[in-house]
Design a protein around this ligand. Structure first.
Ligand SMILES: [Zn+2]
Length: 257
């Protein structure tokens, strides 16, 4: 099992910044990162600004359980050689691998990419990368290095992966079509969610509950939601808004058992 840990970043963190200027700077940086990821995964970067809009993580029918992965590179051995002073370093930071096929394996019975299955790829801690993701990064670097070497007339040290970064996608989508579009355009993953197929809209995992432990399971599932609410940095989310969600009926049933 891989022990490659990624540093976790908050894709939607810009929203919590106090000043307009900081918000804009942070958001622009994130747009660049997510655009790279979307492009590498055969998505469409035109959709990136929309998914980083204010309110994109507000509670809606579908919560994306996908993630973004980046890696940064260094030269090994490190060198202080002057010839590298003029290199284009920005291309070495936050490179995105293509892992659309890997994320596709996290599609569950609900037809959506499920957090439970994503944990097999990014660990229970949501930052331990599966060997297949590490391999995707290494393959991407290999192709990049081949290009770089071809451009350079000088002999140069090998490139190695310096670090990995992961960002959970917390975008929420209002209907099935919007969900499928998001998965395709941002993650390059083809989902075919339709309301008939979907058992529980917000908490698909709850369908597996039989008998005891139900309430505990609900609280476990609710945890991330509460975190998201607290994360909105003082923005008040009225309880009526939460109760108005399609998952409501399921909840009552669960609490009674
Ligand atoms: Zn997403």
């Amino acid at each position: 099992m891989s022990t490659q840990k990624a540093e976790m970043i908050d894709v939607h963190e810009w929203e919590a910044e106090e000043s307009n200027e900081d918000r804009k700077t942070k958001r622009d940086l994130m747009v660049t990162k997510v655009e790279r990821s979307a492009e590498k995964n055969e998505g469409n970067k035109v959709y990136v600004r929309g998914m980083l809009k204010k309110g994109a993580t507000d509670t809606k029918k579908h919560k994306c359980a996908g993630a973004y992965v980046w890696y940064s590179v260094k030269q090994d051995p490190q060198t202080n050689d002057k010839m590298y002073d003029h290199e284009e370093r920005s291309e070495w930071e936050d490179r995105a691998p293509n892992w659309q096929k890997i994320m596709t394996t996290a599609i569950g019975d609900s037809g959506t990419v499920e957090r439970r299955k994503m944990k097999k790829l990014i660990g229970d801690d949501l930052k331990t990368l599966h060997p297949s993701i590490v391999k995707a990064c290494e393959e991407d670097l290999e192709a990049f290095e081949t290009e770089e070497v071809a451009k350079s007339t000088n002999k140069r040290p090998k490139m190695r992966i310096k670090s990995y970064t992961i960002g959970l996608c917390e975008v929420q989508l209002g209907d099935d079509e919007a969900y499928n579009d998001h998965m395709k355009n941002l993650h390059g993953v083809t989902t075919q969610v339709s309301s008939k197929k979907l058992k529980s809209n917000i908490y698909p995992d709850l369908d597996t509950i039989s008998g005891g432990g139900g309430v505990e399971k609900v609280l476990t599932e609710l945890g991330p939601t509460l975190k998201v609410i607290s994360h909105t940095n003082g923005k008040h989310v009225p309880i009526s808004k939460l109760q108005a969600q399609p998952g409501k009926r399921k909840w009552r049933w669960v609490l009674k058992t």
